[in-house]
Design a binder for this molecule. Structure first.
Ligand code: PXG
Length: 426
């Protein structure tokens, strides 16, 4: 099983057999409130009729069309709908089948773009400590999670990392963006000085680091990264696999922070998690740099059997339609205050050393049990599950990211379940 304590799970399996709106049904018939939108992806809630219908209809109408040298209308339609909601300046789309593939695609576009422009000495990629960019080789190379990297050899060469922005001693219990740490963006200047700008292709960061426990940047941090990258001709890639499609109360993290990257990596919420799909958005300038040479030749040697798969495209279109009809891409902003207050009401509960929130994302960091890291948070996870609430843990951090359809009373319920779990565990 992926990223799972396999032996523990098999001794005591936790199985879902159905889901509707905010709830799962377990194999023993219990209802479990989804506090994590699956794995940060089911933004519109479960089994939404439009999406279910679109998938069935598409399977009967056109189940598959070759992705190379052939097309079908829904992939183009979906690309256009994504561009409609994306920040101005990002207007071409490459489809993939996951966040990890979107990351690899973005990194390859960045390298190939510089080469296409005759700037092939730009081969370095800069990620960030505690960054998560999926599990393929490019993604773990620019990522900054030691457990995901240490077993797998030399990874990509020519990679460097910015420091992360998490600072418990200065920023604990901040509401929204933490006040301290904007100067950490200037570390990029240090890295540029070390390697020389002429060797650096791109910088990739998550606007808010999700997987490593909801690390929110200080005000101005991403703007500064944008200024520095622009100054040195370095591409800026936002990995919006989690922050995309409404999670922060804006369509994308780029909108929340008012910073437009050159490349944006998305997946998860694009199809509401229902069918695997990702999309990488690039600027016209990047797209156009490839459109040279004889017209019968392939411009970019990259793509997947399932790029823009018809059923995934239909699911994506129905998902974006559902988001639009129900105002879900901005609902997080309406709920943000209630969410923030509910989360921060956990201050003072046992083990809690920090609480963080932004949009409809929250994290509760716990003091680890000495010598047994992750055990305390995992106990909280099991306790909440027994109570009928699905939460996520990463290290000793509880991460919450419910579907954007959650009601105010369900927010109260979810936070009370976490409170009860914290009071019950060692
Ligand atoms: N980039 C980011 C920022 C992600 O969060 C990926 C890439 C990879 O996506 P795929 O679709 O290849 O898994 C992710 C995925 C968690 C959790 O609970 C987070 C992810 C996946 C599963 C669990 O933190 N993020």
């Amino acid at each position: 099983m992926p990223f799972t304590a396999n032996r523990q799970f098999k001794k005591s399996p936790r199985m879902f057999v159905a889901a509707k709106d905010m709830h799962y049904t377990t194999s023993d018939g219990r209802q479990v409130l989804d506090g994590t939108a699956g794995l940060w992806c089911v933004n519109a809630g479960h089994a939404r009729p439009k999406i279910v219908e679109a998938i069935g209809k598409q399977a009967a109408e056109l189940d598959y069309a070759p992705a190379f040298q052939m097309g079908h209308p829904k992939a183009f339609e979906l690309a256009n709908r994504i561009v409609d909601i994306a920040p101005d300046g990002l207007d071409h789309v490459l489809f993939t089948n996951s966040g990890s593939e979107s990351v690899e695609t973005a990194l390859k576009v960045a390298l190939a773009y510089h080469r296409a422009k005759g700037d092939g000495s730009r081969f370095r990629l800069i990620g960030r400590e505690r960054g998560y960019h999926g599990v393929n080789f490019g993604g773990i190379s620019v990522g900054g999670i030691v457990s995901n990297r240490k077993m797998f050899g030399t990874l990509l060469t020519g990679v460097d990392h910015l420091p992360h922005t998490h600072n418990l001693s200065k920023n604990a219990f901040s509401r929204g963006e933490p006040a301290n740490g904007v100067e950490l963006a200037d570390e990029l200047e240090r890295i540029v000085t070390l390697h020389d700008a002429s060797t650096i292709a791109a910088v990739i960061v998550e606007p808010v680091a999700g997987s490593t426990g909801v690390l929110i940047p200080p005000p101005g941090y991403l703007k500064r990264l944008r200024e520095i990258t622009k100054k040195h001709g370095i591409l800026l890639i936002f990995d919006e696999v989690i922050t995309g499609y409404g999670r922060l109360g804006t369509p994308f993290g780029a909108d929340y922070f008012d910073v437009v990257p050159d490349i944006m990596v998305t997946a998860k919420g694009l199809t509401n998690g229902v069918i695997p799909m990702g999309a990488v958005l690039v600027s016209a300038e990047i797209h156009d740099a490839f459109m040279t040479g004889p017209e019968h030749l392939i411009e970019f040697f990259h793509g997947y059997t399932y790029s823009g798969n018809p059923i995934a495209s239909a699911a994506g279109l129905a998902t974006l339609e559902t988001y639009k009809e129900e105002g879900l891409l901005t609902r997080g902003a309406e709920l943000a205050k209630v969410w923030e207050d509910a989360l921060h009401s956990l201050k003072g509960e046992p083990h809690v050393i920090d609480i963080r929130n932004i949009g409809l994302v929250g994290a509760i960091e716990l003091e680890p049990i000495a010598g047994q890291p992750t055990k305390r948070a995992f106990s909280a996870f099991l306790n909440a599950f027994e109570q009928g609430y699905l939460i996520r843990t990463t290290g000793d951090i509880i991460a919450l990211s419910p579907p954007l359809i959650i009601s105010e009373s369900q927010i109260g319920e979810l936070i009370d379940a976490v409170r009860k779990a914290l009071r019950s565990i060692d």
